[in-house]
Design a protein around this ligand. Structure first.
Ligand code: ZN
Length: 228
């Protein structure tokens, strides 16, 4: 779902992930429906169906994309219209196969948690293989080997998920087998994948950038000293 904070007039652009203020890049429209009521009925009972539609345009010049969402005013439920699915867009330095599995899973998670969970498991396996170089035939064995390599907090998250009924049981099966899982469990798998994208790939990349910056600064300082 597109993340909107009406109290502060902000939302998170579902394409580029940047926080946005509403201002002129936002518009809204109300639509209501009723079946054959006269005006006094509508006044008395309100609409049978009542929706508010919001339109936003991202002010980040590199993005500039628009998104549309609607709320059922009677139930408060949100339905995203554009884009249909909201997910994190991970950077190019994460292998494309892993990003594709992740994105496809996020697109279908509402409609088919089973298929999404299968893709998230494949994604997790891809990350363990690529990032840690661990290759075994079963995901459960790969996860076992991971214990000595990750922090205890990360291990606790994996182990917690392993103990969860269906996901835990199916970690032992081939990752390509479609498993029976509900939406809630599929979302937990998604969160685990998100956690490791951040803790492994993004943290490593940011650390490399910072270290390079520091070493560039120290090289410059040394050069200055020599020149003086
Ligand atoms: Zn954007």
């Amino acid at each position: 779902m597109i993340d909107i904070d009406f109290a502060n007039g902000t939302y998170v652009c579902p394409y580029c992930g940047h926080d946005q203020a509403f201002d002129r890049s936002h518009d809204e429209m109300n639509i209501g429906f009723h079946s054959g009521w006269n005006n006094s009925d509508i006044k008395k009972y309100g609409m049978e169906a009542d929706y508010i539609i919001h339109w936003f345009k991202c002010s980040n010049k590199k993005c500039g994309k628009e998104c549309v969402t609607s709320f059922n005013r009677l139930t408060g439920k949100q339905f995203d219209i554009l884009p249909e699915a909201t997910y994190k867009h991970y950077p190019d330095y994460i292998p494309i196969q892993i990003r594709q599995d992740y994105e496809e899973a996020c697109i279908i998670i509402d409609k088919s948690p089973k298929a999404a969970a299968t893709l998230y498991r494949r994604c997790l396996q891809g990350m363990i293989r690529d990032y840690w170089g661990i290759k075994k035939s079963r995901l459960v064995d790969e996860i076992d080997e991971l214990q000595s390599k990750v922090t205890s907090a990360q291990w606790k998250a994996i182990d917690g998920l392993r103990k969860l009924g269906n996901i835990g049981a199916h970690m032992e099966k081939d990752v390509n087998i479609i498993i029976d899982i509900d939406k809630n469990e599929a979302q937990k798998l998604r969160k685990l994948v998100d956690l490791f994208m951040d803790k492994w790939y993004i943290a490593r990349h940011d650390e490399e950038l910072l270290l390079n910056e520091i070493s560039d600064i120290s090289d410059e300082k040394q050069k200055e000293r020599k020149d003086n």
